[in-house]
Ligand binder design. Structure first.
Ligand code: NAD
Length: 312
């Protein structure tokens, strides 16, 4: 075999025969993830609000030889979640992968936030992840019971470093993204025996959501392009994803970071089994000494992983 042929990498077709749902696929990360899943062979049911963007991505994937159908609708609506799973089964004969990605921002400090700004963000992100997960896992549970073996079932949820960092101007968003991690863990535990592997990503990418903050892309290859996030989603959706569940990844540029679980930092025991105010003060004072508080539970370890998030 000529050496140049041997050096040509084989196209990744790890998702041949698989069917995937991607929410919020009309632009940004969802569109990049849909393109990458299609390139790996997946047949797609794509969701977004009824926008031209959704139809454009479907057409683009079909023009490239892939298979995709649009199922527009508000992802937090019960009927949308049900319709996405039904469409996958009716159109392509099954469902193997659910990528929960749709999202919105309504940024405001907690003391100024309106009821609607809170509800909208919690609804689209947290309820939007739950509703699709509810119908997809019910389908996989039924399948694994009827076939007597675990289903091929992958969920990739979209959290955010805003949760890890307690983003001060985004209390609604940080809370929703923390909730999504908890939902991911509960889904991973609750549905493991039915074959479900559920993980969450905390991506960083230059999109409509972050463009104002990050600024315009630098010339050449943008390290913050959404396409840099998509390979991890394909990996988690693929055969190798069978070994991975209940995990949280930070992903951007050329970096994938696997987070560890929160740890117990210090433990205190009341000498009589019942705390007195004085004893509790003495115990906690060994950690919280007489100085200003630190950043506490925040996880800032992911910040230095990117050298060029903001195009300053
Ligand atoms: N871009 C980043 O750096 C970054 C960082 C952390 C997390 N995220 C998360 O990644 C996901 C994608 O974000 P993005 O940066 O591509 O943003 P984006 O605004 O480009 O895309 C979000 C998509 O979700 C769709 N959407 C919004 N509400 C919807 C609803 N109710 N039903 C269906 N679709 C809906 C939008 O129409 C849009 O197409 C979001 O969950 C976001 O919170 C992004």
């Amino acid at each position: 075999m000529p050496s140049e042929m041997a050096a040509t990498p084989r196209a990744d077709r790890s998702l041949d025969g698989r069917v995937a749902i991607v929410t919020g696929a009309g632009q940004g990360l969802g569109a990049a993830e849909a393109r990458a899943l299609a390139a790996a062979g997946a047949r797609l049911v794509l969701n977004d609000l009824p926008t031209d963007g959704l139809d454009r991505i479907v057409e683009e994937i079909r023009a490239a030889g892939g298979e995709a159908v649009a199922r527009p609708g508000d992802v937090a609506d019960w009927a949308t979640g049900e319709a996405l799973v039904t469409t996958a089964v009716d159109t392509f004969g099954g469902l193997h992968v659910l990528v929960n990605n749709a999202g919105v921002l309504r940024d405001r400090m907690v003391f100024s936030m309106s009821e609607q700004e809170w509800d909208t963000v919690i609804r689209v992100h947290l309820r939007g992840h739950f509703v699709t997960t509810r119908f997809a896992t019910a389908y996989w549970r039924g399948l694994s019971k009827s076939e007597g073996r675990p289903a091929y079932a992958r969920i990739v949820n979209t959290s955010s470093e805003a949760y890890l960092l307690g983003s001060a101007g985004q209390p609604n968003y940080a809370a929703a993204k923390g909730g999504i991690v908890a939902l991911t863990l509960a889904t991973a535990r609750g549905c493991f025996n039915h074959g479900v592997r559920a993980n969450a990503i905390c991506p960083r990418a230059r999109t409509a959501m972050t463009g104002d903050l990050m600024g315009p892309a630098p010339g050449g290859d943008d390290p913050m392009a959404p396409e840099r996030v998509a390979p991890l989603v394909v990996h988690l959706a693929g055969p190798a994803g069978d070994r991975i569940t209940g995990e949280v990844f930070v992903v951007h540029g050329g970096v994938v970071a696997l987070l560890g679980p929160p740890t117990v930092r210090a433990t205190f025991h009341a000498t009589t089994g019942q705390w007195t105010a004085a004893e509790l003060d003495a115990a906690l004072s060994t950690v919280f000494i007489d100085s200003p508080p630190t950043s506490g539970y925040l996880c800032e370890a992911t910040l230095p992983l990117a050298t060029s998030t903001f195009n300053e």
